[in-house]
Design a binder for this molecule. Structure first.
Ligand code: SF4
Ligand code: SF4
Length: 107
């Protein structure tokens, strides 16, 4: 099992989650973060730190977010590790309220 970042994070990227991860398994892309499932130790710490509730355990993933399992696995091999919080984009609060953002994911 691993934890998975889902659609809510797209264009939000508050990065609160990365500071609590004990094994640095978050990776950052242009407008989204993913978790490396090979490194995640299922500690659950990041879940409560995400202000938009974007992080789920693999076992609790809503059906419509299931494709993010593969997206996290694939993009964590490509994107660099992020382990320090940074400023969110100026329009993050606006995007945090929106759903159906999958097509906006930049790889
Ligand atoms: S705290 Fe949540 S929304 Fe922000 S970067 Fe982490 S997973 Fe994405
Ligand atoms: S569950 Fe723990 S190890 Fe996995 S991404 Fe979250 S903080 Fe990191």
């Amino acid at each position: 099992m691993a934890f998975v970042v889902t659609e809510k994070c797209i264009k939000c990227k508050y990065t609160d989650c990365v500071e609590v991860c004990p094994v640095d398994c978050f990776h950052e892309g242009p407008n989204f973060l993913v978790i490396n499932p090979e490194e995640c130790i299922d500690c659950n710490l990041c879940v409560d730190h995400c202000p938009v509730e974007a992080i789920y355990s693999e076992d609790d993933l809503p059906d419509e977010q299931h494709e993010f399992l593969e997206i996290n696995r694939r993009l964590s091999k490509k994107w660099p590790i992020i382990n320090e919080k940074k400023d969110a984009p100026n329009d993050a609060d606006e995007w945090a309220k929106k759903d159906n953002k999958k097509e906006l994911l930049e790889e």
